[in-house]
Every structure is written in structure tokens, then in C-alpha cells.
Design a protein. Sequence first.
Length: 401
Amino acid sequence: MSRFALVTAEPDFDERVRLAAAGLPGTLQAFRADFLPSTIDDMFGQLVGEPLEVLVLGPDLPSSDVLNFAAAVDVRSPHVSVMYAADASPDLALAAMRSGVRDLVTPNADIDTLRVHLEQAATAASYRLSSASAVQPGAGENTSQGRGRVITVMSPKGGVGKTTIATNIAVGLAKNSPMSVVIVDLDLQFGDVASGLMMKPDRSIVDAVGGPMDSLSLKTYLVPHATKLYALCAPLNPADADRVSAEQVSELISRLASEFQYVVIDTSPGLGEHVLAALDQATDVVWVCGMDLPSIRGLKSGLEILNELDMLPEHRHVVVNMADRKSGITVQDIEATIGVPIDVILSRSKAMPLATNRGVPALQDGIRDATVKGLRKLVERFHPSWEERNRRQVHRRVVFQ
Ligand SMILES: Nc1ncnc2c1ncn2[C@@H]1O[C@H](COP(=O)(O)OP(=O)(O)OP(=O)(O)O)[C@@H](O)[C@H]1O
Ligand SMILES: [Mg+2]
């Protein structure tokens, strides 16, 4: 198969894509047609050469056919980046992203722009392919093959930075794995993932669990975000939280884990039934704790309870957030109290509340400070090969300067 495939009968677009691909490694196979084959096998069977990474669909193809075809590619070869050339209205853009189109480009984009898009799409495709093959049970996957990593961000106490950390993890992961990350707001009463990502969703988790939870139905409740992740938001009305049971949460997360490479879950404080249901499905738990005694003691009890219940996920990441040298508590004090090492320290930063108030996570904004650096380190821990590379020091001693 070719690295790039193109379907269009539009000569000008065809030529620009050919010239753009000519500057990149790998071959391009073009199909001169203003229609798509009825099955993807009809096309994939004709491809020769190296594995397909990017499928470019031209502006002259009927949009409804493009969406159906992209959805089929998404199911059959999810690593392939489908790029669609269209002057897309917001509605079409949304529908395209939902159906599995991974990149939209304007039909009159110049050669350099097209080359950048092709390169990014190819990088994302090869990353998805290598992540999928690198992920082995026990190295980040859940117990069965083909399930994504489920990362539950939690803390016994409120206001310690769970939502800030969950949204940044999701944004950070989506940079390397576009359209392969979903963030779920399980703080059902007072969730603020939507506001942290500046979204105004018209659908929520209540709608998602209220109907059939097959992959196509679920996708219609996910809201795409500019950073190429999806969000499943909390209901607008706190009273609706009662309409979601722990069993539904379990099933929802399990379904999402079979569709997405990463499911990031923000939770409400404490160990309520929804949080426990999320933990039960989790491959990873991110414990967030502040540098104050109530928060540290809460974490200690939380760890003990979950240990007794045998509910600690395989991968543990302890994060001290809003760290402050003037708090009178040291990292060593915290470790001695909770009995496990701290993995990441995020210092108190003026940029964080600003980012929250603007609805633009720090990792989206490109802010540079020590806290953002710490967030990047946290995100790296979820890369499929991280544990392999750090086998000897999964919980490396952190230094807080
Ligand atoms: N490292 C940090 N430095 C400074 N402020 C921070 C930091 N991390 C988070 N914050 C701020 O603290 C406030 C609370 O954060 P956040 O909403 O993420 O906490 P939470 O644990 O999700 O709260 P809740 O339990 O109410 O859901 C936000 O205004 C956020 O911007
Ligand atoms: Mg929160």
C-alpha cells in the first residue's frame, strides 16, 4: 500500500496534493474519481507499496459519502488519518470529526500548507499504529487486548486540582494521539470539564447512558474539542446526576475503552459509587493531593481503603499539586505519611487559575513554567513505552526545588 492515498477528480487539487506529497517520504497513489467505492476493501485492495497512513478525500466527493467512508475506515483501520478537503460549516466539521475524519483542510490550501497537513497526519497515523502494537496487557492496557488506557484522576478532598490535571492530561495525550482521547466528567453534580475546556455542550453523560451504548450511538454524545480530543460532559442540572447509576458508569467506561486509546476521567472528591465504578475499570489512578494536612491524611485513608477493597489499579501516579515551599510540609513528610513515593510535583502557579478562568488548559496554551513542565512529565508517564523505558524506577524520587 502507499503511504498516502488520494481520491479526487478535481485536477487542481489533485496536482497540489501530488506536489505536496512529493516532498515527503513515501509514495502517493491517486484515484481519479468524484465518487468513493462502496466498500473500503474495494479501495484498500488496490493499494500497493508501504502501509497506508493518510487517505485524502477531495472537495468534489459528496460529503455524506465521505462521512460514511471515514466511519468505515475508523472501524477497520483506525490508525489511518482521513483528511477531508472541504469548506466545512461548523455542523459539517462536527459531523466529520464524529465520523472519524481526523483532519480538515480548505480545498484551496497551497502546496506548503497541504504538505504540513500530510506530514502531521502521517506522523499521527504512525504514532497510533506503533502505540497500538506497543501496548501489551500489563504495559498500559487493560486485561483484554484492544482496550485503551483508562486514567482516573481522583482525590479524597475537593479543590486540589483534579479537573485542572485531568483536562491537561487529556490535552497532552491528544497532541500525540489526536482523536484517540476522550475525557469523561464524572463529577456529575458540579463537573467543570466543559468550562475548563471552554465548551458549551448540548449533550451530556446522562444522554449517553440513557440509550444504547454501542459505539456509533456513543459517538453522537461526545463533543469534539479544538485540541483533537473528545469530551463527555457532566449534566448541566446537578439533579440529573441521580439518573446515572454506578453500573451505567461501568458499562460506559468499558465501551469507551474499547473505542479510544485513552479514557481520562475527572471525578468528584471522595470515594462515591461513581468514582469506585470508574476505578474498577481503570488501568491508572492519578492521586492528587495538596500540600496541606487534611489533603495528605485524606490521601492516606483513601489509599488504605482501596488497598483493603483490592481496588487499586495497576498503575499509580501520585501528584502533589499547588506545592509551596512555605507550607511547612516537605515532600519527605508527605511520603512518610502516605507510605508511597510521590511521582510528580506541580508547584503553585499563577498561570493555572488564569488558564482555568479562560477555559484554555495550560498545555493547550503553550504556557511555559515549572508547573507546565511537571504536567508534561505526568503526561509522558502514560506513553505506552514509558514503563518499559523506566522499568527500574517507575516511582523515581522527585525533587522539589
Ligand atoms: N498548580 C496550581 N497552581 C495554582 N492554582 C492551581 C493549580 N492547580 C489548580 N489550580 C487552581 O485551583 C482551582 C481548583 O482547581 P480544580 O478545579 O482543578 O480542582 P478540583 O480538585 O477539580 O476541584 P473540585 O474538587 O471542586 O472538583 C482552580 O482555580 C485551578 O486553576
Ligand atoms: Mg473538579
